[in-house]
Design a protein around this ligand. Structure first.
Ligand code: UDX
Length: 434
């Protein structure tokens, strides 16, 4: 099939490359000429394992191309995907749909023959109706259907998630569009991936409800972790003990410094706004958002506790800045709240992250180091914020020699309490009060 992808951000690029790999002819378009130039040279603007090879192979085999001149690609496509950004609007937390609307206007002027227009961007309930109205108004006779097809990709595992998803959700009542979508995802159905056809609004809501539920699940275990510390229990065993119940499930029960990233914070906030506008507030999610916001800042207090309450004049060595490992994404990373909170309490911060280069523009007065050992050299305390694999196997003896004091605050529970104490560290982690 001929597929056109509007937007070469995270979702657009991964989806475009994967559809090409399924055998479709894919053209990715973007207004950013510099980005298209780089993509045409084989440079991938994001860090995502496996993506560079996937793009290179599909470009070489002639199924994938990148251009700023998208008119012809849109005109000839059987399916046009809208995968542009929907950032939180400043001030009110609503999703900013200006890029989506602009894409709809552009498509309206170009489509020729029956075309399926698919929203991959995470958009509030009712956006499909708006896109349909924009196109219908500009082109009363055009033959098209607008479909919601949310993505559930995790950064760092996006290709795997695209090719082996738990389910594919397709929101449309149009039979022709359903057939096109079935054909697009055909390789998945050979593997018996469930495809769920729903109404468009339902599909739009599924995306928000899924992310909100996961954010709530993390926030739940984070509060249980605090309780574990207060009553002398171990959150990892609690998580295991409840997670073995299939109704609960063991995933997304790792306690930590609070969730971050490009999806959970933005999508929970957008759902809260949509629900309150609809007169049907989602109070559990309102509370989830509030708890998560305060949790990130509260982590600085945990570091202070490890130094008997005093951070003034102390040096903190931070390990990990991105919102999670295997990504260079700094969006809403907990480090962006934790580090300023440490500084506000009087600490000096030095830090290392293998990929979080953008942190240099986002954090003030931080001394960025070239490796984990430099980051903890001379520090009164080392704080693990992101669980990169390389931090799981640190040379602890070397670290102890380099640090001013052997104190580690592990916000991801990647070390064992007994082992760290045996190695001579003062060690604090999350929810391990037992
Ligand atoms: C998420 C969803 O998983 C994905 O389905 C959706 O399409 C986009 O949002 P992503 O943001 O890439 O994906 O990362 P994810 O692995 O879900 O982690 C999100 C945040 O939650 C991270 O900050 C992570 O550290 C945190 N987290 C996750 C926990 O604190 N504990 C957990 O058990 C799981």
């Amino acid at each position: 099939m001929r597929v056109t992808m509007i937007g070469t951000g995270y979702v657009g690029l991964v989806s475009g490359a994967c559809f090409a790999d399924f055998g479709h002819d894919v053209v990715c378009i973007d207004k950013d000429a510099g980005k298209i130039d780089r993509l045409n040279k084989g440079e991938i603007p994001i860090y995502e394992p496996g993506l560079e090879d996937l793009v290179e192979r599909n470009v070489r085999e002639g199924r994938l191309s990148f251009t700023v001149e998208g008119a012809e690609a849109i005109r000839s496509a059987e399916a046009v995907f809208i995968a542009v950004g929907t950032p939180s609007r400043r001030g009110d937390g609503h999703a900013d749909l200006s890029y989506v609307h602009a894409a709809a206007e552009e498509i309206a002027g170009l489509i020729d023959g029956f075309t399926v227009i698919v929203t991959k961007s995470t958009v509030p309930v009712g956006t499909g109706d708006e896109i349909e109205a924009i196109i219908r108004k500009a082109r009363p006779d055009a033959q098209f259907a607008v479909v919601s097809n949310p993505e559930f990709l995790r950064e760092g595992a996006a290709i795997e998630d695209f090719k082996r998803p738990d389910r594919v959700v397709v929101g449309t009542d149009d039979a022709r569009a359903q057939a096109v979508m079935r054909e697009l995802y055909r390789p998945l159905f050979l593997n018996e991936t469930p495809i769920l056809f729903t109404g468009r609004r339902t599909s739009e809501l599924i995306k928000y409800a899924a992310n909100a539920f996961l954010a709530m699940k993390i926030t739940f275990i984070n509060e249980i972790a605090d309780l574990c510390e207060a009553v002398g229990a171990d959150v990892q065993q609690v998580a295991k003990g409840i997670g073995l119940d299939k109704r609960i499930g063991g995933k997304f029960l790792n306690a930590g410094p609070g969730y971050g990233g490009s999806c959970f914070p933005k999508d929970t906030l957008a759902l809260v706004r949509t629900a309150s506008d609809a007169g049907s507030p989602v109070r559990l999610i309102e509370t989830t958002v509030a708890i998560n916001d305060s949790r990130k800042k509260a982590m600085a207090g945990k570091v202070a506790d490890a130094l008997d309450g005093e951070l003034k004049g102390k040096t903190v060595g931070v390990l990990g800045l991105t919102f999670k490992p295997n990504t260079d994404d700094m969006r809403d990373a907990p480090s962006l709240d934790i580090i300023p909170a440490l500084q506000a309490m009087g600490a000096t911060v030095q830090a290392f992250d293998p990929e979080g280069h953008e942190a240099r523009q986002m954090l003030r007065d931080v001394d960025f180091k070239a490796n984990p050992y430099e980051a903890v050299e001379g520090a009164d305390v080392a704080v693990i914020i992101t669980e990169w694999d390389q931090f799981r196997a640190l040379d602890l003896d070397r670290m102890k020699l380099l640090m001013k004091k052997p104190v580690v605050v592990d916000l991801r529970n990647i070390y064992r309490q007994d082992e760290m104490e045996r190695r001579g560290f003062r060690y604090a982690s999350i929810g391990r009060g037992a």
